[in-house]
Design a protein. Structure first.
Length: 356
């Protein structure tokens, strides 16, 4: 039974007020990424309770534009020089992550009896939107696929930043670095303008994930060229985190749990397995590449580039390095996703389900 709140806009306003309030509480408790994690926990909680959340369609793109624009500022000329020597490890990490995704898909098939295509689309870290589009193309139910992909992102956001900060022990207030970032009105305005232009340019070019990659590319180019761009005020970055947190939390609801059945616990276990495999990869690559272990854990996390980059900012680790690892994986996985699904279908003799 859905619990209704009077009025469409009243509902949205109350949801975001609750998300901001929970984010404020998380900030007082010194939770990393408090506004995002607080909003995510609040939105997930009321969604599972039965409140229907319809996040505005522009909320996720708007949040991504702000965050990606801020992340791109880390791509200074010095940072770009450092990244050149890391290209091969980045490619190797991306390929090993794909291999881990196939292993997790095999485990998911055994645990939940789903078909090979559903398991592959649910397990290889390609993002909820891209995997849902491929699911529809191949005639499989996108619900479990979106659930598994979103569950992995939620787990990464809720587990990795707090765990790393707890183990690191050197950061008393995780929000301090982000609050104290230098900004000017003119520099922040220029950053947002360039970020928006970058987003819609890639959207017109039909590049995957344009609202992250476009602003990231635009702000990175501006930083590398020495243009007078600066970070946005912290309140803007906190607001972007709230938008992303509510959007993520809205995906998980009662109906999805009812329809998914035994797939839910299987997806949870496979998510933990994927995180464990990527953690092992990070701990192996860290000494080989001479990179701090925390940086490498963030860099090889199976998805959630926005949140991992923000965590790197909090830790004052190499934001450019973390982001570059994720971007390398994105540009390998997303263009090759249709090929991966075709290989899956051929190797498993998978046939599309009959449509009524």
């Amino acid at each position: 039974m859905q619990h209704s709140v009077p009025g469409k806009y009243t509902t949205i306003i109350l949801i975001y007020l609750g998300a901001v309030g929970t984010g404020w509480i998380a900030a007082q408790l010194h939770v990393p990424l408090p506004w995002m994690i607080g909003a995510l926990v609040f939105a997930t909680g009321i969604s599972l309770y039965g409140v229907q959340i319809k996040a505005p369609a522009l909320s996720r793109p708007a949040g991504q534009i702000v965050v990606a624009g801020s992340v791109g500022l880390a791509f200074t000329p010095a940072a770009l020089e450092t990244l050149g020597a890391m290209f091969l490890p980045m490619v190797i990490a991306a390929l090993l992550t794909i291999a881990a995704g196939f292993l997790v898909a095999w485990v998911l098939m055994r645990l939940s009896d789903v078909d090979a295509m559903t398991a592959t689309l649910a397990s290889v870290p390609m993002g909820p939107v891209e995997s849902a589009n491929l699911a529809q193309r191949y005639g499989v139910n996108p619900g479990p696929v979106v659930f598994a992909q979103t569950l992995r992102i939620m787990a990464l956001v809720l587990v990795i930043p707090p765990a790393i900060l707890l183990l690191d022990g050197s950061v008393a207030d995780p929000s301090e670095t982000l609050r104290n970032m230098h900004w000017t009105p003119q520099g922040a305005a220029l950053l947002i303008v360039l970020a928006v232009l970058g987003a819609f340019t890639l959207k017109l070019l039909r590049v995957s994930n344009p609202f992250f990659l476009g602003p990231l590319a635009a702000s990175a180019a501006a930083a590398a060229l020495g243009l007078p761009v600066t970070a946005t005020p912290y309140v803007v970055l906190a607001g972007a985190q709230v938008l992303l947190g509510v959007w993520l939390g809205a995906v998980i609801n009662r109906d999805l749990f009812r329809r998914a059945g035994r797939f839910v616990p299987a997806a949870m276990l496979s998510t933990l397995l994927m995180m464990a495999l990527c953690l092992a990869l990070a701990l192996i690559l860290a000494p080989i590449t001479g990179t701090n272990w925390a940086t490498m854990v963030l860099a090889t996390a199976p998805g959630s580039v926005t949140e991992m980059a923000l965590t790197a900012k909090v830790l004052q680790e190499s934001v450019a390095l973390v982001t570059a690892y994720h971007i390398t994986r994105i540009f390998i996985i997303i263009p090759s996703a249709p090929l991966l699904t075709r290989i899956t279908a051929r190797l498993t003799h998978w046939t599309p389900p009959k449509r009524d």
